[in-house]
Design a protein. Sequence first.
Lengths: 463, 463
Amino acid sequence: MSLELDEISIQQQFEEVIASEDKLAIQEFLNDQNISDVADLIYENEDYECQIISLLNINRAASVFKIIELPTQKRIIKNLPVIKTTELLNELPADDRVAFLEELPTSIVRDLIKTLDPDERIVTLELLGYPENSMGRIMTPDYVYVYEENTVAEVFQTIRKHARGSETIDVIYVINEKGELLDDIRIRDFILAEPNTKVSDMMDGRFIVLHVTDDQEMASEVFKMNNRVALPVTDKNNILLGIVTIDDILWVAEEEYSEDIQKIGGTEALDEPYLDMPFWKLIRKRAPWLVILFVGELLTASAMSFFEDEIKKVLVLNMLVPLIISSGGNTGSQASTLIIQAMAKAEITIADWFTILKREIKSGLVLGGILGLVGFLRTYMWSYIEPHLYGTHTFLLAMVTGVSVLGVVLWGTLAGSMLPIFLKRMKFDPATSSAPFVATLVDVTGIVIYFSVAYLFLSGVLL
Amino acid sequence: MSLELDEISIQQQFEEVIASEDKLAIQEFLNDQNISDVADLIYENEDYECQIISLLNINRAASVFKIIELPTQKRIIKNLPVIKTTELLNELPADDRVAFLEELPTSIVRDLIKTLDPDERIVTLELLGYPENSMGRIMTPDYVYVYEENTVAEVFQTIRKHARGSETIDVIYVINEKGELLDDIRIRDFILAEPNTKVSDMMDGRFIVLHVTDDQEMASEVFKMNNRVALPVTDKNNILLGIVTIDDILWVAEEEYSEDIQKIGGTEALDEPYLDMPFWKLIRKRAPWLVILFVGELLTASAMSFFEDEIKKVLVLNMLVPLIISSGGNTGSQASTLIIQAMAKAEITIADWFTILKREIKSGLVLGGILGLVGFLRTYMWSYIEPHLYGTHTFLLAMVTGVSVLGVVLWGTLAGSMLPIFLKRMKFDPATSSAPFVATLVDVTGIVIYFSVAYLFLSGVLL
């Protein structure tokens, strides 16, 4: 896996065996590789992707299919013979099947669902009925359950009967006749127990459940904090509906973080890898925010023309505009990213807003003080290099720079830190207060702060 | 877990039982709760945190200790009686112990390691000897191994003997006398097998290994692609050194993403939660980048004064500076975030740079075209609202705006997308080309592009 050498040689072996055109040899070779290596072979040999999936044992084909990227999945389903598609979809675990179907247009989903066996069809329709991003969509109904009156020996019989079809047997679920969840017990405890021990004697009634409508995002936190590889999913009457395994959560967590990062950068969340995304679809994800920001930024021109007279009188003021406003934009982006990230990790909640406000006022003053000092020194010293620009009131001009930077940075930190909290409070996604968004907001107000400070210091002297 | 109500009542129950001052009752209450709930109790009752840890059964105390945040961990270790600290540290799984110790100053680590039992001390020192962020630091040496000549019945004997002390028994490792890894077999296969089956008959030799010096970041990808709950870690001679479980990877993945997000926002990666981080430490993480960006942005003032004559002659040019440069900054931040994120997910590699370049040239032209058109219209129409500012050559001025926006946006997309790739190529962290960094870079060059375009269109007319 970690040796580049291995991968090259698998590809080479594949090329050799394909060249031999010996179907049995190809089949044997493919069934002998790790599923992640087969996935790599599919990516590297697009012409053979359908053949590879067709030749694999059906259970291994399903394992490979579920880990490859959506565009490749779609292409394979489109090009595979109908009989193979049917076989593959039926073999896919219910949760992975739903994960794939929910990305397709409704009409195709309807056709594909028709090809499923009756049992699988019912399960699939049921899972598709849960809201997007809910636990219902990623749970699997394939788990092993036992009753509290069973003995350990009986439990092992049940496991032997159902193990093949279930996603994990690391945790076994105890339910009653109504289907209510009573406990979860780890396989290791059964292995350590005497065969005639009753399940009821092993129960501690201490278990964590996820609700079927719970958001997927919170599940990652629950898994982290509870050291489990699988968690049961119940409805509001505590009826066990399915289980969620930690490997699915690893995918969810990665998805959530990617979306957050993309939003912070000012794009809509992409649902496909960058390179696989059709060009115009990518543009549609990128353009709207840029246009909104651009229209917002048009206000800078209005703000600037409002201060036309001041600019005319003291041209040097104008030279510093990009510097001043960007210092606010940068601090604002920084603060908003920190807060969005801390909220995503549940380190802070809306209730902490006042603590954060106090902290960011202090931070804004210190950071603004540091940058303001640099700005002061720059203006003061530059006046010796280009005296014609700065004229005689260098100290006053330097003060204007320093104080404006302090003000703009303070305002940037406050806007950047409070905006995500406000958005969350209003039930919007805090990650929408992307770095560019905060920067634009602070740009416009930064101009007003700057020229107001200038007016305050220079009125009667230069203005 | 998901009901707010439950949490409130656990806290209330805790307050009641604490008020009773009945040590046995408190102990019983605490041992009855889920570890994540005990962790919440610790956060909400800082005064009792040491008492809570002391009163828990030692194995549960260790489970709670490993999931709480570092600052709380440190405080508890500091305030706990020495005998309890010793007991707790010895009980902690080796990987979690190392994860805690690596955050402490060396002098304290030395003292704490002295308190460990000889066996645990050797293991700990060994793990601490591996490079930071390597698999060696998060693997655990507590796993169950068997030999290929064992029968299934013997395997179960081994499991019963070692299950208590090992992190997982979901996967059992087959080694030879030299300690070389031969295969990994899932517990379900043993349960399904006949007791007198030989291990050698169950082996398929198909297993995935991580190398002890592999980077932790890549492990998350390997877990995702291979559907395992634990993976073996070997040295370069294929000697089995330990295993890594998927729940540890969930923590690593979250850590990596948080660091990426923070860097994109222009802070150094924080190693503590936002609210727990001491004020001045947070400032030290935030200030350096802001100062660097500010100093970079000082160049905007130089660029502006370079075009002093043009500004004096056509004052309206100047009003549009913030608009023009920010359009480049925003597109640049967007492009860099997209590329950083796609690289973090290994969707693209350095080798794709030319494909990305071609794609971003097209994107830049389209996005720049859209924004340029908005800019053109704004300037053209505004000249009717404020004719004194725009003078007579409105069409030319509108063209300047449109073409500059197109140019600046194109440049922003290119700089934003190529910079992370370049940084990665130079072995730097691509996330360092944070949104503010790209924005600053594009601000300075944007001014030059803008005034050059203006000169081209207006020279001989207005300039």
